[in-house]
Design a binder for this molecule. Structure first.
Ligand SMILES: C[S@@+](CC[C@H](N)C(=O)[O-])C[C@H]1O[C@@H](n2cnc3c(N)ncnc32)[C@H](O)[C@@H]1O
Length: 509
């Protein structure tokens, strides 16, 4: 019988990394089982718990519970999951814990779980990385601007020490630590955080039987393998190289316990070929319009605004003699006039749903669902609609997203330094024919970086579209309000990437 591994998932977010591991199956055998996942934010914790519930239910019944299918399709309110299946709910609430790492309560829960995992499984795995805010380049720039900010006192810098404590106690076969690229250059007390981390990780086990060998994931000739890193940037993993439809670059450090590291040498897995495009991932979802914020919102008013903006832009580009843009805006105005109004939300399943043979699409589209969930647009101000329309049309004509200087003056936002270069990328369309830029939690604040490529929809991405670009399967439901859902999606490791990392580790072990 192949071995089974119990997983400890720290800083679990909505569970993207855990999903990749827990969903792996090889010859009917499920090698990885989540024992405990720890997350402090309550909406992400609710998402984790529901997912743990479904996993347990499906393992025993071979299908999704009908109560979930109906709730997911928006036909019912959220049921009491304990009434749906008491055993699965008990399992889920035991697995997903809403606790703050660094506090004693979390340490006790984890230590208890470690004892159980040791008894129940052949070995263990630790996944998850301390949060990135303090390390991230943006976070640091922002923090530096704060009066009295002292990096040494920012406890988040030291949260990885809690991670090390768990690692030391668990002594897993493998650990997988994920973080933003900014952690490679972040420093505290004039020392690189990354250097300190490497020292801590490498010295773990000194004087004991086993230590950890640190490995980077390298891609070459269509294969992924675990290799020694020669420089810090070797630890950067590019999601698009694993077939994900997104250029997401993150630091992922794999530690292998020294008694197992020899057998891991030379093992590799095949990775999917070309990355998928934005069109591949979201092109078959029902078309939607955005809402109109700060004014009367209905389909007719929205269409009037977009047609007016398209006509205005047709004139602007006629005046400057830019025929391709002039024609493209005229085309939008004509099509919108003829097109039947679309809604702000839709849940109908696309044609031929769930029938694709493509590895990623068949991972996304799940059999048994009655609808598409969380595909509902936000409201945008009328002034932003013109900018979104411009960005989408410009992107389809030129094949790249416009910079501030490409926008006509009539669309300049009310920023004094709009043309200074500071706001160069303030509005970004996700190009249909390419891979998406990194889906971050910023998407929860506004949709300016995540403009839908179809000018006829003139809007930012829905939670479901962002989730698909993050390779979450369609039956992955994010709980909490919409802002919280966007944050969860943006924070996660793409599960499709995570599953390949899990497979690489399974083979290596
Ligand atoms: C980058 S996200 C993790 C994403 C996750 N690995 C995934 O793939 O979905 C980091 C998470 O750590 C959580 N977090 C931050 N500090 C924490 C703490 N002290 N205890 C528990 N969770 C924490 C945040 O709420 C956030 O959801």
């Amino acid at each position: 019988m192949p071995p089974t591994f119990g997983i400890v998932d720290l800083f679990a977010g909505p569970g993207g990394l855990g999903e990749g591991f827990a969903s792996l199956e090889h010859d009917g055998h499920v090698p990885f089982h989540i024992g405990i996942s720890v997350e402090k934010e309550s909406s992400a914790h609710r998402t984790l718990t529901l997912r743990a519930f479904l996993r347990d239910y499906q393992a025993r019944h071979g299908r999704l519970p009908q109560a979930f299918v109906d709730f997911h399709a928006g036909l019912t309110v959220e049921p009491d999951w304990a009434d749906v299946d008491a055993q699965a709910w008990k399992h889920a609430t035991h697995e997903a814990r809403c606790l703050e790492l660094g506090a004693d309560e979390a340490a006790q829960a984890i230590d208890q779980s470690i004892d159980i995992l040791r008894r129940k499984f052949d070995d263990t795995i630790l996944i998850g990385g301390p949060p990135c805010q303090a390390y991230s380049l943006v976070g640091r720039a922002r923090a530096k601007g704060k009066v009295g900010y002292i990096p040494e006192e920012d406890e988040r810098h030291y949260l990885f020490r809690e991670y090390i404590r768990v690692l030391d106690r668990l002594r897993p076969a493998v650990f997988v630590m994920e973080n933003v690229k900014g952690m490679l250059s972040s420093s505290v007390e004039s020392r690189l955080v990354f250097e300190m981390l490497m020292e801590d990780l490498s010295s773990l086990g000194t004087g004991q039987a086993h230590h950890y060998e640190l490995r980077a994931i390298r891609i070459a000739d269509g294969k992924a393998s675990l290799q020694e890193a020669e420089k810090p940037s070797d630890f950067i993993v590019r999601a698009e190289e694993f077939g994900a439809p997104q250029r997401r670059h993150r630091v992922i450090i794999i530690g292998i316990r020294s008694d197992l590291s020899a057998q891991a040498i030379g093992t590799s897995i095949d990775v999917p070929g070309l990355p998928r495009t934005v069109e591949d991932m979201i092109g078959n979802l029902p078309p939607l319009r955005s809402g109109l914020s700060r004014s009367h919102d209905d389909g007719a008013a929205w269409r009037r605004e977009v047609i007016d903006a398209a006509k205005q832009l047709t004139k602007t580009f006629k005046t400057v003699g830019d025929r391709p843009l002039e024609n493209a805006f005229r085309d939008v105005a004509t099509k919108l006039k003829k097109q039947a109004p679309v809604n702000r939300a839709a849940s109908c399943l696309p044609d031929a749903y769930g029938t694709s043979n493509d590895e990623l699409l068949s991972w996304i589209e799940r059999v048994g669902l009655r609808g598409i969930a969380q595909h509902e647009t936000r409201g945008h101000m009328a002034s932003d609609l013109g900018r979104y329309l411009f960005a989408a049309v410009f992107g389809s004509v030129h094949g790249y997203s416009p910079k501030a200087a490409d926008f006509p003056l009539s669309l300049s936002p009310d920023h004094r330094n709009w043309h200074s270069g500071v706001f160069n990328d303030r509005f970004r369309v996700q190009l249909a024919a390419g891979s998406a830029t990194t889906v971050t939690s910023h998407i929860s604040k506004d949709g300016h970086y995540f403009i839908h490529p179809d000018p006829l929809q003139c809007r930012s991405l829905t939670v479901r579209e962002a989730a698909r670009l993050q390779t979450f399967p369609d039956d992955y439901l994010f709980l909490g309000n919409r802002t919280q859902q966007y944050v969860q999606v943006g924070n996660a490791v793409p599960p499709f990437l995570a599953r390949q990392i899990a497979e690489l580790i399974r083979v290596a072990l």
